[in-house]
Design a protein. Sequence first.
Lengths: 263, 425
Amino acid sequence: MDINIKTAQTVKSPIMSAKNVDVFYGKKQAIDDVNLDIPENQITALIGPSGCGKSTFLRCFNRMNDTISICRVTGNIYFAEQDIYDPKIDVVALRARIGMVFQKANPFPKSIFENVAYGPRIHGLAENKEHLEDIVNTSLKRAGLYDEVFERLDESGTGLSGGQQQRLCIARAIAVDPQVILMDEPCSALDPIATAVVEDLMEQMREKYTIVIVTHSMAQAARVSQQTAFFHLGKLVEHGETDKIFTNPDDLRTQNYISGKIG
Amino acid sequence: MTDYTLTTSPSLKRRHAKETRFKWYGRIAILIALSFLAFMFSAIIFRGAGAFQQTKISLEVTFTQDIIDPNGERDPQVLASANYRPLLIRALSKTFPEITARRDKKHLYKLLSSGAVFEMGKMVNHNPNMIGTTQTIWLPASSEVDLFMKGKIDANLDESQRRLDDKKMSYIETLKQSGLIKKKFNTAFFSHGDSREPEMAGILGAALGSFFSLLVCFVIAFPLGILTAVYLEEYAKKTKLTDVIEVNINNLAAVPSIVFGLLGLSIFLGVFHIPRSTPLVGGMVLALMTLPTIIIAARASLRSVPYTIREAAYGLGASKTQATFHHVLPLAMPGMLTGTILGMAQALGETAPLLMIGMVAFIVDIPHGVTDAATSLPVQIFLWADSPEKGFVERTSAAIIVLLAFLILMNLLAVVLRKKLERRW
């Protein structure tokens, strides 16, 4: 039954797609000719051993690599049929459409409210104070944090626990109302309980958002994702539905990785 | 058989001895440093404490209209420059009725500071209604009398070797007995500018000169330093050029301050003709000197803001400027302010560059702005230390106390700011 639902969703057209993407750090090539479609309202997991380029690839989707001066990206990445590396593209608008959650929870050392309100503020999303409060509350609710913090929205975001901080960062990303959320190993610094909370949250978020997640944990990829892409040494080795990748991979390297022989 | 014992290591004793030895080396080093500091402070305070008191003589002065303002115009110019000397001699004669000889009267008058007449001029100017009345006023004694009252002139010495002759000593004795000579808090020291007479000299002029110089220095160096640091740290690409700039900024911080003085002399005075001896040009020179310190401190505090904060802002679609000014700069501000205050404290204590641009002149007037000729606290100390009058010895130390107090206050402010505003991640 579960499998049937997933099959139904794969039919949707991709919201993002990467075509012949290469990434260079100086002379070193980190990503080699990757083609990948990201289907809408699904969770796509990027897995692979350390240094395989999966984080680098993830950062191409919202052009975060632009901030690294020696990094160069070639090829095309399309978001809703627009090439995001087109010079005419406004990076600010792009990042408002494609949010990001980082490996280490990085709330601003400001109040919980200010953390979530920052995005809507700089993009002018709120018409007035009530509207802004509404956005903040909704975002916190969607991130499953509201019940824990609604009494202390004016306290510092850095005073929360690790798991709460990460959910605060998710709320902060949601507040800008993006279509895609990129997650770079969001649970790597969290304990199993906090991880489970975030994973549940991702499952709920899937209704509204498309999620691309980089993860070190194959178990996590198997639990949360519908699509899995396996990277090895900067190349996309294999991608497809999660069930297939984990049960019947085509490539020997994928098989070795998921069975724990490499990585 | 395998040996499992843990206590018989042969080197254990040696190791412990070595540790103890090093601990004591450290303690002794600290002790020596602290005792130097304690010695310095106690020497300065011991020498300078006296200057916070000034001997004053009480006189019953009749402010005669005919002498002060014969035409009754009440013109401030006339009141200030009137001849108060006869009034004082008359008042002294009243206290010492037995002295009648003209020479002795003149001698008696020397008990008072030569600045006493200016004090009277100020008094009358402040309150012209005094004219025609008789008032009991405390007037500053001369430097010799002051030194004698403070026990710095040995009464047992032979008269020929003493700075104060027998006659004056007997006058002082008489005054003492009737309670008409007293050591009072030295308000002049805090309210006067420089003077040739130690008893009339004060540090207000120098302190204000320092204040105005630092103000100019801050207004120039702080924004320039912060903007330079932000550009170099956040915007500039790492190229050969930025490397050269970085090396030169570090070099600039190590340039002897007198070189900045020479630069100020040839550029600010020579080319731009900014008025000499003013806090304006002084502050500009100090700003040049402080700039590298501020830039280095500001860059260090910008670098200490974690990159994840910038990433978080970029991830939300903030532009570089927004990320810098909304997040990075506020977080780096405490460190920047601390660095700035320390740089300013350094500038406050600086003498050499100010000598080059004429802030070493003898200036009696108290500056009212950045374009009034002025001197600064350390330069004032230098000037007084150079003076032959004995009365300046304690004033030199007192001025050092004031300067040190300001420096300690500024450093304390830096520590408090850092403690209060610093953030932890």
